[in-house]
Design a protein around this ligand. Sequence first.
Ligand code: ZN
Length: 658
Amino acid sequence: MGYAVPNQIGRGIHMRLHARAFTISDGDKSIAFVSLDGGMGSDVLTKNVLTNVAEQLGDDSIYTYDNVGISGTHTHSGPAGFLQYILYQFTSLGYVQETMDAFVTGISNAIVEAHNNMQENVDITYSTGNQLFESNINRSPTSYLLNPADERSQYPDGDTDKNMLLLKFATPDADIAMLNWYAVHGTSLNNTNKLISGDNKGLASYFFEKEMNGAAALPGTGKFVAAFASTNLGDVSPNTAGAKCIDTGLPCDTEKSTCGGKNEMCIAFGPGTNGDMFESVKIIAENQYKHAKDLYASAKSPIAGPVDYRHTFLNMNNLPVTLEDGSTSTTCTAALGYAFAAGTTDGPGMFDFTQGTNSSSPFWNIVSGFLSKPTDEEKACQSPKPILLNTGDCEKPYAWDPASIPISIQRVGNLFILNVPGELTTMAGRRMRAQITKVLEEGGVEDPIVTIAGLSNTYTHYITTFEEYQAQRYEAASTLYGPHTLTAYMQEMTRIAKDMLEGRESTSSEAPEDLTASQIEFVPPVIEDFVGIGNHFGDVEEDAAEQYTGTDVIRVSFKASNPRNDQRLGGTFGRVEKKGDDGEYTVVFNDGDWCTKFEWKGGVGHFGKSTATIEWDVKESWGGAESGVYRICYGGEAKEITGMKKFEGCSRDFTVAA
Ligand code: ZN
């Protein structure tokens, strides 16, 4: 989804995205939990994954809406187009079948692989350990301060959670996997980045998996899986240097995050030198990775007991809510407030075009005419939110946002994973965890461990507390269903928790409608690749030099084709190969590695011609690069009149004296 900036169009790959699946069974019941390097979960994505998994597993398939949680890591450097609602399709100009297909394939294969590799005698242990500091910061601290003082005083960590909950999976013979939750946004790479990346969580996973699988295991291969999953990260930024005015260097207005009235000038920076975003993503990833390593080494407390789950679809438009004082109210039909258009200090001001009637977006020009005006009743319900986009009433050309919302609980012994389809703020998450913990304890569960899996199974934007809602900063303006949104989620989560404890089925609304058939798609197809007479796809345009040192960045460019012709799932466009004594080449890095970048130049205005540059930053090589003879290769699929043609090309051999 990127940052929903119209001109943030993908231009290559820094790191490939992965789906990391965990299937857990007690012999009777089973669950599957997936941490997806993606913006968020999506209901139609889950549906398509379930269909695909059922096809692959046949009679063995035990996976349904009820026991599967797909939680997005919330990287802002992933593709868009895999959600079926208008609101999430502005900047991808509609639905993108290519993204959907890639996500379905990747996630389904991950679940099937996990299922087929399930082992007996796996010990699950956990650790929470000490706090992890200097890795997250609250980006709406003035809203947090609106929460009651006595509630805030219960949390010495302050306005962000500093604890990581980590699970270790091991048999007596081998370590199998690691899964953890730590609250921080996937926004270390800012909206100028055009390369696919898992951001800080994807990179932390990469480091942990390299460590456990060995340097020779290419990304996505090797037996050990390490997932850094998302949780209540709603108001939590990795940009720990905070926000400042980029024109004057002075602090922004604290209430409004503006500079001279302009939100686009107030931008937050990570810990990287001079705001270097690649250095920032590495620092925040390394912090999480090193902390996880410590927790992994100390994970001794066992998780044991039954596997169970409860799932329900909620109709979130006008859901009756009982408030704390016993009075009743309802949620509202979905709507976004004005501050939504302003964005956050992690990526400000991108929806300004929604306020104009005529924009350069063909998609917006078509759908904006269907926006409805809020009724007085709707305005009162959402108050004090001033309504910018009254999405809940819009059904044309198809629904603007989800009305039937999945929530679920996955139980493994005394561990309870709450799958919530949105971004809970720090305090909203604390409130939900505290309430469900109390319900479980009252229901007889000893020492329950409750964690929130964020952005699971669909996307409903943000979930703030009632108090934070009053300030109407970005997170509150994006709390779709009004001031009692959190209370509604907590009430319904409590209901299904009690159902689970008491062995009852949970009642549910209908599953969301599959709107695939009516989706609008404006991203043009690849027409044809053209290389020029006398040239060949894969020809080297700019070759490597003969010699490099360990601090060089090596770039080789090739005559290329559009990478959309075949995304090479599980494969690679670029390779760094090392020459052995026998003259044979071995792939040591590919386009999924941190030390490489695959950049593509082409598309509109290039008349089918394109260039691919494969870059290897030698000093960033995992474990350090060895001295020796190397070459850089690139391969793709070219779309020609005669059909699709596979091609390859390699640079000259070069020496690296590391
Ligand atoms: Zn977010």
